[in-house]
Design a protein around this ligand. Structure first.
Ligand code: 13P
Length: 259
């Protein structure tokens, strides 16, 4: 069975002191639940090392929000997979909608990053999701198919142990408009079927697919109860332990109820 994963994407928030305090708060709040639920936090680059120290021995995983695909060299401002591993990361977010749409990252660059991360042993969290007009014009599944096909080009079935998909509809990110559990389930089911057809049913069954987009403690349980929703990628509500820990608790409750 797939364990639920609750991940926090801190985006460009916190300073060192608040990052350390948030990490400590998450670590202590998550502690009673780590036997059944996985927890990940993704702070900004400058705070990876202090947050790694704050999380040491806690069982909460550390991820970065981005990576560059080349191993080293003249890439001003970029960070390699080896650097992330050295800083204590096990995970990295790739293809987040803010990088796709604000920073204009193209599909082929996202694919290079996925392959580089997996190749170095980092766990890649590939984010996919449609824009508002893509949904309203009935193109959601076509967009997801394109992002999966291009994002996973060259990724083999044997690599899937190092891969998580995050479905993050762009219209739900930072808007307070959460996808309904039915909308999330429909998209996740489509993504899992895509993987089953493109790879094989075993790989599809084992793959974790997270939902992201205005997740709060209020709706987490209903989302996590969906058959193909394997946890959440949380933005705004991951910035305070008091808001994030209840989402972990919701995941633990759903797991305890037999999902
Ligand atoms: P919000 O939870 O703030 O909508 O952000 C979601 C997100 O983009 C997580 O990666």
């Amino acid at each position: 069975m797939r364990r639920l994963l609750v991940a926090g994407n801190w985006k460009m928030n916190t300073v060192r002191k608040t990052a350390e305090a948030l990490a400590s708060g998450v670590a202590s709040g998550a502690k009673p639940h780590l036997a059944t639920v996985d927890v990940l936090v993704c702070p900004p680059f400058p705070y990876l090392v202090p947050v790694a120290a704050a999380l040491a021995g806690s069982g909460v995983s550390l991820g970065a929000q981005n990576v560059w695909h080349e191993p080293k060299g003249a890439f001003t401002g970029e960070t390699s997979a080896d650097m992330l591993l050295d800083a204590g990361c096990s995970h990295v977010l790739i293809g987040h909608s803010e990088r796709r749409h604000v920073l204009r990252e193209p599909d082929d660059l996202i694919n290079r990053k996925v392959r580089a991360a997996i190749g170095k042993g980092l766990h890649a969290v590939l984010c996919v999701g449609e824009l508002p007009d893509e949904r309203s014009s009935g193109r959601t599944q076509a967009v997801l198919d394109r992002q999966m096909e291009s994002g996973l080009a060259g990724v083999e079935a044997g690599d899937f142990g190092k891969l998580t998909i995050a479905y993050e509809p762009v219209w739900a990110i930072g808007t307070g408009v959460t996808a309904t559990p039915e909308q999330a389930q429909q998209a996740h089911d489509h993504l899992r079927k895509w993987v089953a057809a493109r790879y094989n049913p075993e790989v599809a069954k084992a793959l974790r697919i997270l939902y992201g987009g205005s997740v709060t403690a209020k709706d987490a349980k209903n989302l996590f109860e969906q058959a193909d929703v394997d946890g959440g990628l949380v933005g705004g509500a991951s910035l305070e332990a008091e808001k994030f820990v209840p989402i972990i608790e919701a995941a633990a409750a759903v797991t305890a109820s037999g999902k």
